[in-house]
Write a protein that binds this ligand. Structure first.
Ligand code: ACO
Length: 325
């Protein structure tokens, strides 16, 4: 039987120039490099410059992914941007990117699932491709989380950073067997009752302001390890691939200790988890495609490898996507 499978045919990423170190944060807040690094693994993060918008970061990542895919813009049917920090309440970042890459047909929209946004976007893109509503999709995760920070709140502002990552997905015909390249499955979950663990205290229909990120970190931590491990196990069960056959895990980069606890829970060597947390911090929807791009560029992820992407974020939302690179 012939089936359509979505393959990632190009990837790219972009980080703003400005680097904010733990030492710099410690000079203005009651915190220290030692506290931040030992509790989270984060040593520095990139911060968008004055006037640098989410769309600017997204555009650069998208251009790099399109170049890597070696596809003209005319081939793109759909642009999806996973973001929780759009330039404006509307229109979407995806619509702005559509215009800025010179795409004059097709569709564009944003996906909002906070740190799980890229996994949600990947599931949407994969389903559009499998339903033959799009052949080629540009999927971006882009954030300026620095704009949502309360810079006097040491429990949150030390954790986040800005950046963007992008992939180009393209449908290809195959037999639907695990050894073929492409997205093998995606798993999405949400539990809206857990709102109070992680939210922004503003918005268009409440305060009329952007608001600041608020988080009960310890609670989020516990849910993260359990939910991420569960979604990985569910993805593996459905795929016909065993967990030991997964070459690389590309997790959402929230906290090095979450990565290590997840690896322990799954009984997987921690070295198989790609970690960019020390240099990027938590870039929300951008973190998975940023880490993916780093590992592809440095040669760790190679054609034919089995790769598990996973994330959890505000909502709470969480999910996993299994693919053969
Ligand atoms: N510097 C120094 N001390 C600090 C800092 C800081 N930056 N932040 C908190 N502390 C203090 C606290 O006030 C507390 O002090 P107290 O004992 O006197 O009350 C102490 O350190 C311990 O605080 P905890 O919150 O218990 O620290 P914990 O070990 O849980 O680490 C952290 C906090 C890093 C936030 C962790 O809980 C975590 O990573 N949680 C998960 C976050 C996450 O995964 N987010 C992902 C989703 S993000 C999204 O969707 C947008």
């Amino acid at each position: 039987m012939t089936v359509i499978r979505s393959q990632i045919v190009g990837c790219g990423s972009f980080l703003p120039d400005r680097i904010l170190t733990n030492a710099e944060l410690a000079s203005r807040l009651d915190t220290s490099d030692e506290w931040i690094a030992s509790r989270t693994g984060i040593r520095r993060r990139h911060i968008a410059g004055d006037g640098e918008r989410t769309t600017d970061l997204a555009l650069k990542a998208a251009q790099r992914a399109l170049k890597d895919a070696d596809l003209p813009v005319e081939e793109i049917d759909l642009v999806i941007c996973a973001t929780t920090t759009p330039d404006e309440t509307f229109p979407s970042v995806a619509s702005a990117i559509q215009a800025r890459i010179g795409m004059t047909r097709g569709a564009a929209f944003d996906v909002q699932a906070v740190c799980s946004g890229f996994i949600y976007g990947l599931a949407v893109a994969d389903n559009f491709i499998k339903a033959r509503q799009a052949k080629t999709v540009l999927l971006i995760g882009a954030e300026t989380m620095s704009r949502l920070m309360d810079w006097t709140d040491r429990t949150t502002c030390v954790l986040f950073g800005d950046g963007a990552g992008a992939v180009v997905l393209r449908g290809s015909k195959g037999r639907g067997i695990p050894s073929e390249r492409g997205v093998l499955n995606t798993k999405l979950y949400s539990d809206g009752r857990l709102h109070d663990l992680l939210y922004v205290d503003g918005g268009p229909s409440t305060t009329g302001t952007t608001g600041h990120l608020r988080m009960l970190g310890k609670e989020v931590f516990k849910h993260a390890v359990i939910n991420i491990a569960d979604s990985i196990e569910s993805s593996v069960e459905d795929s016909g691939i065993s967990i030991s056959e997964i070459d690389w895990f590309v997790p959402h980069q929230a906290n090095q200790r979450i990565l290590e606890a997840t690896a322990r829970r799954l009984k997987v060597p921690g070295e198989r988890f790609i970690s960019t947390i020390s240099d990027h911090g938590n870039t929300s929807a951008a973190s998975v495609p940023l880490a993916l791009d780093v590992a592809v560029r440095d040669g760790r992820i190679k054609q034919g490898d089995v790769v598990m992407l996973e994330a959890m974020g505000g909502g709470l939302t969480w999910g996993a996507a299994l693919l053969r690179w």
